[in-house]
Design a protein. Structure first.
Length: 76
């Protein structure tokens, strides 16, 4: 089963938040910080993963806001 996730990605207008498997972005922003802020809220609401990409498209960071398959040892 494929996990649902959201991605903060570079776009022609600046930065966008896009759901995994979607063709279009959920929302676009002029700054990466605003896109991350929106992505965190969306992922917390949906209990999904949030992948933050660098300008070159490589994943910079990943956060889990749902059922983390590898939770920190102190959170079990």
């Amino acid at each position: 089963m494929k996990r649902k996730s959201n991605h903060v990605i570079p776009s022609s207008s600046g930065w966008s938040v896009k759901k995994s498997g979607a063709e279009r972005a959920s929302k676009s922003f002029t700054t990466k910080e605003k896109a991350i802020e929106y992505g965190k809220k969306l992922s917390k609401t949906e209990k999904t993963e949030l992948y933050i990409h660098k300008k070159n498209g490589i994943i910079q960071n990943k956060n889990s806001y749902g059922n983390d398959p590898n939770p920190p040892k102190d959170k079990k």
